[in-house]
Design a protein around this ligand. Structure first.
Ligand SMILES: *Cc1c(COP(=O)(O)O)cnc(C)c1O
Length: 350
């Protein structure tokens, strides 16, 4: 049986008549807009925030299309990646019936969103070197498995998942394969965006929250077939990306060079950090990272965490997470941040 989007969709979503907003029903230019119950006098700010924003964010998508090499009608924009994740569950997973495969240790939101939507989770742990257990995944699947979430580079481990293994799943699994590329800008691996034409079951998530330095604006992206993007658009709240975010993102997207230079600096700082931390005897292991953070296995993780907090340095304690036992996750900071961190760690162990 080949991939069939209609078979994957929930019946209620197939039948859904989406909300039709004022800006859906009239899209042109007009001098007198009396169709959306907006305040015709203006907004208390110096922008036209009295008007509802473009529901489909055409300008932002056109700009992203040129940067990402993905046509605008293959792009969905969400209020953070988390909105895209939630919509995937609501579109494809029937509560109490369908299930999804998660491959821990990985990003926590896939599980939370499943729980919110009352969707069963089947966990197939990554291997000891944080790669996919393909046999385990094949065993865990059944006819109600609608999606597999793969985060690459993976959070919290930092490594990329083998491309060949992801391709194997894309070829053989008849549900959706969601590849979360939140950290792809820092990776030696190339994005799966150029593979969209090849795999109708591929959904790629990216975000402006990490490399682009726009976490506060909440803009997540999903790239997929036109048919899947249409499903997203049918379900999403009509005006899910506000005008201020659309304006600011358009402006920010002019600064590709600055962002690329930050990415280079981050990667260079990451390698320096790994080098310096590896020289500390109490740090047993650092997972090779393709992201803007590292996962370090070390002695007395909780005590070190508390010591760092007292010095005003906050890292993430992952030491109780299965397969991350004894590990702290550390984001790569500025040269100055990293110097303070290394000094504090040395002080703790001395
Ligand atoms: C940070 C992160 C995101 C980004 O989420 P936003 O809601 O877009 O800020 C998505 N996936 C992973 C794995 C992350 O670590």
């Amino acid at each position: 049986m080949s991939f069939n989007l209609d078979n994957l969709l929930r019946d209620n979503i197939k039948k859904l008549v989406p909300y039709s907003s004022a800006r859906d029903e009239f899209k042109g230019e007009a001098s007198v807009l009396l169709d959306a119950n907006e305040n015709a006098f203006g907004s208390p700010l110096d922008h036209h925030y009295n008007r509802y924003p473009d529901p489909l964010q055409h300008q932002v998508k056109e700009k992203l299309a040129t940067i990402k090499g993905v046509p605008a009608d293959h792009i969905f924009l969400g209020n953070g990646s988390d909105e895209a994740i939630d919509i995937l569950y609501r579109a494809f997973c029937k509560p109490g019936v369908d299930n999804v495969i998660l491959v821990p240790p990985t990003y926590g939101m896939y599980e939370v969103s499943a729980n919110i939507n009352d969707v069963q989770i089947r966990k197939v742990n990554l291997t000891a070197d944080y790669q996919l257990d393909l046999d385990g995944i094949a065993e865990a699947l059944d006819m109600h498995t609608k999606m597999i979430f793969i985060c690459s580079p993976n959070n919290p481990t930092g490594n990329s998942i083998d491309r060949k293994d992801i391709e194997t799943i894309l070829t053989h699994f008849k549900g959706l394969v969601v590849i979360d590329e939140a950290y792809i800008n820092f990776s030696k691996q190339r994005s799966f965006t150029q593979e969209l034409t090849e795999y109708p079951n591929l959904v790629i998530l990216q975000t402006l929250s990490k490399a682009w330095g726009l976490a506060a604006l909440r803009l997540g992206m999903a790239f997929a077939s036109k048919a899947i993007i249409q499903v997203f658009n049918k379900i999403k709240p009509p005006y899910n990306i506000n005008q201020a975010t659309q304006d600011l993102v358009l402006k920010a997207l002019e600064n590709v060079d600055t962002v690329n230079s930050w990415i280079q600096q981050t990667v260079a700082e990451r390698e320096l950090l790994i080098q310096e931390l590896s020289a500390i005897a109490q740090i047993a292991h650092i997972t090779p990272s393709d992201a803007n953070f590292i996962l370090a296995k070390l002695e007395e993780p909780r005590e070190l965490y508390n010591f760092l907090v007292n010095q005003g340095i906050i890292v993430r304690d992952r030491s109780k997470v299965e397969l991350c036992e004894g590990c702290l996750r550390i984001t790569v900071g500025t040269t100055e941040d990293n110097r303070k961190l290394i000094e504090a760690i040395k002080q703790f162990y001395s």
